[in-house]
Write a protein that binds this ligand. Structure first.
Ligand SMILES: *Cc1c(COP(=O)(O)O)cnc(C)c1O
Length: 362
């Protein structure tokens, strides 16, 4: 008698997508980005599934990393923003995490810690440079000194230079070309590994592949591009969000459906009500006409998304009845398309699913 709203996670699709990412850059390693609970797919389950295959996992903070270690994940785990406070360093060392460094004060803290411990036990350090996004990272002019300091830390592991693109998913190549130019100058200083590529760059910027990829949204079948793209089109959706019809009614022509009456029936309309709403993470910005998929084919949203329910036009589905399953996104309705209709990106839809949505692993 439970509310029948499910996010089915297709773990094999995540493997397929991870391999597709690595196939773009033979010889490169790939840090599978599973921050934000693996973009809503469940970080522990995704990491368990990829633990033997992934070269490393990337998370946003130590809380996310420790959840994985407590679940028995043994692969390297990189803190993409490094540590926020020096007090995290003992746990980073004891749980064998890798840290990014994006500011000089983090180097000060790491030096003091290394001095105290005498040995960093092979901790890899990813030095992040601001090559033009201007969000996080060392100034290019301070990289030479920073690199020398990090490489001199006792017991430091692999030192990777990383940077992040602002616009690798945009049709205009100029911002990315500019960032690559900044990196080219910097890389004269560093003979070790380099990591620049998020999903978009994995797919469309081979010049940016270097030694370490950082695919995120593509692992889940999400596309960073607002349009078709040959590699993105080979991704498999890793989540099917589905629910059931909980009510069906006949509404007369001229009547309106839902909050604000934004949908007016042009003809007598069979309206189905679904058990999903914005408190589950189904965006309130989904407009009238957004597709959903029934076993008998597509239907469309009719009326505003409310907190716990949405309404759809069932005129093309005379047999549909309460209890029938409806896909909100997955293999028939692309989350990328739903995101575009909502004026957002698949990242926010996937990572925005709330605790009310039960995950089920297939
Ligand atoms: C989130 C993140 C990624 C992954 O980005 P996608 O666009 O999801 O592939 C890569 N690198 C860093 C530093 C990130 O924070």
């Amino acid at each position: 008698m439970a509310r029948n709203l499910w996010a089915d996670i297709h773990l094999d699709a995540i493997t397929h997508n991870y391999r597709l990412a690595k196939a773009q850059a033979p010889g490169a390693r790939a840090c599978a980005i599973i921050k934000a609970d693996a973009y809503g797919h469940g970080a522990v389950a995704v990491a368990r599934h990829l633990d033997r295959e992934a070269d490393a996992f990337g998370v946003a903070c130590i809380e996310e990393a420790l959840e994985l270690r407590e679940a028995g994940i043994v692969s390297p785990i990189l803190l993409l923003e490094g540590f926020f406070e020096a007090s995290e360093l003992p746990a980073i060392l004891s749980h064998q995490l890798w840290t990014a460094i994006h500011a000089l004060h983090q180097i000060d803290a790491l030096e003091a810690f290394a001095q105290e411990k005498g040995d960093l036990g092979g901790m890899a350090v990813w030095l992040k440079v601001d090559s033009g996004m201007h969000r996080l990272g060392l100034e290019p002019t301070s990289l030479a000194t920073a690199l020398a300091r990090v490489k001199a830390l006792p017991g430091v592991g692999e030192v990777v230079v990383m940077s992040h693109f602002a616009s690798a998913d945009e049709p205009d190549p100029n911002p990315t070309v500019g960032q690559l130019g900044v990196m080219d100058d910097i890389l004269a200083l560093h003979d070790g590994a380099v990591s620049l590529s998020n999903s978009a760059a994995v797919m469309v910027w081979p010049q940016a592949h270097w030694q370490w990829l950082r695919p995120g949204v593509m692992l889940y079948g999400g596309s960073p591009f607002g349009m078709a793209q040959p590699i993105a089109d080979q991704l498999q959706p890793a989540m099917t969000l589905s629910t059931e019809i909980i009510a069906v009614r006949q509404v007369e022509a001229g009547e309106c459906v839902g909050y604000g009456g934004t949908y007016r029936c042009q003809q007598p309309t069979r309206i189905g009500t679904l058990a999903v709403g914005y408190a589950d993470g189904y965006s309130r910005h989904a407009p009238n006409g957004t597709p959903v998929y029934l076993s008998t084919g597509y239907a469309t949203l009719a009326g505003r998304v409310s907190m716990d329910m949405v309404t759809i036009d069932l005129n093309a589905h005379p047999e549909a009845q309460p209890g029938d399953r409806v896909e909100l996104w997955g293999r028939h309705v692309s989350v990328n398309d739903v995101a575009r209709l909502c004026g957002t990106i698949p990242y926010t839809l996937l990572s925005g699913l709330t605790r009310r949505v039960k995950r089920r692993y297939l």
